[in-house]
Design a protein around this ligand. Structure first.
Ligand code: ZN
Length: 253
């Protein structure tokens, strides 16, 4: 295989890997933020429920206070029943007492509703409280894992970038310039496989003469349609290094 072609294939592979690593590395802050806001939402909902529970308790106390006030009124009115002078006054007083008792029943219904609501909120508060520490630990562990992964990816990217420098230095200036130009114009993909007479990037059939020349892998040739550099055995897919080396050996023989 032509040394420039071999180098350009590795360069493409390295650039691909660097690009993939960069996507992973750059996506990390968003992933951490997402995790953090999930936890924040959980804590916020928990706090809101606790506030609702406290408010519910206060509302119940207020209602109970209202009942007490009305009960005192009823007691007073019942005492007054014995002091009224006319039947009319007596009936009016009874009616008032009846109205007050109705009010108490209405308020007691409200208290009951509040109690049912409180039971439901209480259940959720207890569940969330039981889960909270676990959630915090889970998120912290996940963030730690992502940060470790990022460190690993950063190290790996540095290694790939160092290797890229070495490989780029092996290339003739003109081929390196050609590679960089195509890479810029073709969304990062400058070197592709030719297979079954086709350019696998643009799917255009190569002229038989061109395909035959490409098959020899002994020159840097480009697709007449998309301008990408062509070669026969694709070494660009993520395969184990050993397998790639093997292919090179086979191809070089
Ligand atoms: Zn093409």
């Amino acid at each position: 295989m032509h040394p420039d072609l071999k180098a350009v294939i590795e360069l493409q592979q390295l650039d691909q890997q660097v690009a993939e690593l960069t996507v992973l590395i750059d996506s990390l802050p968003t992933q951490i933020q997402t995790l953090q806001s999930q936890l924040d939402d959980f804590i916020h909902a928990h706090e809101e429920r606790k506030k609702r529970l406290a408010a519910n308790l206060k509302e119940r106390k207020d209602l109970e206070g209202e009942v007490k006030v009305i009960q005192e009124k009823i007691t007073k009115h019942k005492d007054q029943l014995y002091q009224v002078k006319t039947n009319e006054q007596y009936r009016a007083m009874l009616k008032e007492i009846e109205g007050e008792e109705n009010n108490i029943r209405k308020i007691e219904d409200q208290i009951l509703e509040k109690m049912i609501e409180a039971e439901d909120i209480q259940k959720h508060v207890q569940e969330a409280a039981a889960r909270l520490e676990g959630e915090k630990a889970r998120v912290a562990a996940e963030i730690k894992r992502l940060q470790d992964e990022r460190q690993k990816d950063l190290g790996e990217r540095e290694r790939q970038q160092a290797r890229r420098k070495e490989v780029a230095a092996l290339l003739s200036e003109s081929v390196l310039a050609l590679y960089e130009r195509i890479r810029t114009n073709r969304s990062g993909v400058a070197v592709v496989e030719a297979r079954d007479g086709l350019c696998t990037a643009c799917n255009v059939r190569l002229r038989p003469q061109v395909y035959n020349d490409v098959r020899r892998n002994d020159a840097v040739l480009t697709c007449e349609n998309c301008s990408r550099i062509l070669h026969i055995l694709s070494l660009l897919r993520s395969r184990p290094r050993a397998a790639i080396k093997e292919q090179w050996l086979v191809n070089s023989c």
